[in-house]
Ligand binder design. Structure first.
Ligand SMILES: [Zn+2]
Length: 298
């Protein structure tokens, strides 16, 4: 099986930036971790690919991307950065009928009213927080609009997840993610009008990006999509679904709940069990351990 990775590409000798990724395995891991329905698997996979692409130009930074819509699946949250790529969705088992065009109704699950919130942790005291309104809840359009409106970076984006029968086993209904990934194109300052026009014309090529990723390598897609526009692959980086939770992080979360909450856990419950929203790992805390945390809280 192929491995997940992300390519950094330039067009027109640096006039535009292209990022492409194959996030098939990460999307499948998210599907299995959350026992996700088809439509929620698509939302998780598109979100993972989108967050990886959005964060790729900024080395060493951590990004948290949240889609807060009014749909039945609730909030979709993805974190991407050094040593972390993980996603969660509030109601992973929500399922919806296919759209008339045969595609999974991710917009219906996420909702069409709401916000995209981006938190970029650049290692400074305060993280950068940006947001914009949802366009369709389909993830790619919402991210492109976020980049254009909130970060003043015009962006074309396509994301896709294909789910089908495989012999891998493990997925719901005998189905797994067979391809997931996406593409993000960003003209850079001074990009000539001719290149912009050429890119607009080629948008249709990316309409079914998951089918493209299923059938061809990222390299061959890049040279096919951008034939004649001087595509040059700069580098590639590996992608891997990985949760960076741990006991220390859970202790911080417990302390942050406050003295009253901790006291009631000690007095009314026989300890506490916290489950990570991203990897479903469970962390148990005894009454004695909770008392130690209570002593640490102000
Ligand atoms: Zn975790």
């Amino acid at each position: 099986m192929r491995t997940d990775r992300l390519l950094h590409i330039t067009l027109g000798a640096g006039a535009a930036r292209v990022l492409m990724c194959d996030a098939t395995r990460a999307a499948q891991t998210a599907r299995l971790t959350h026992g996700a329905s088809r439509v929620c698997s698509a939302a998780l996979g598109r979100g993972i690919a989108g967050a990886a692409l959005l964060n790729a130009p900024r080395k060493g930074e951590r990004l948290t991307l949240t889609f807060h819509g009014d749909g039945p699946a609730g909030a979709l949250v993805i974190a991407a950065g050094p040593g972390v790529l993980k996603a969660s969705i509030d109601e992973p088992t929500v399922e919806l009928p296919l759209k008339p065009n045969g595609k999974l109704d991710v917009g219906g699950a996420i909702g069409r009213e709401g916000r995209v919130i981006v938190v970029r942790d650049m290692g400074l005291k305060q993280p950068y927080v940006g947001q914009s309104a949802l366009v369709s809840g389909e993830i790619a359009e919402d991210l492109a609009m976020y980049c254009t409106v909130s970060e003043q970076q015009p962006t074309l984006c396509a994301l896709g997840v294909r789910i089908g029968a495989t012999n891998l086993g493990g997925g719901k209904g005998g189905e797994d993610v067979v391809a997931a990934g996406g593409i993000m194109i960003q003209p850079l300052p001074g990009c000539p009008e001719s290149l912009l026009a050429a890119l607009e014309l080629r948008q249709e090529l990316f309409a079914d990006i998951s089918a493209a990723i299923e059938s061809e390598s990222l390299e061959s897609l890049a040279f096919g999509f951008f034939n004649g526009l001087e595509p040059e692959i700069l580098r590639e980086e590996p992608l891997e679904y990985h949760c960076d939770c741990g006991r220390a992080r859970m202790e911080k979360a417990l302390i942050a709940m406050g003295r009253d909450e901790l006291t009631s856990m000690i007095e009314e419950q026989d300890g506490a069990e916290l489950t990570c929203h991203f990897c479903r790992s469970a962390y148990e805390f005894s009454v004695d351990q909770l008392r130690t945390l209570l002593a640490l809280s102000k």
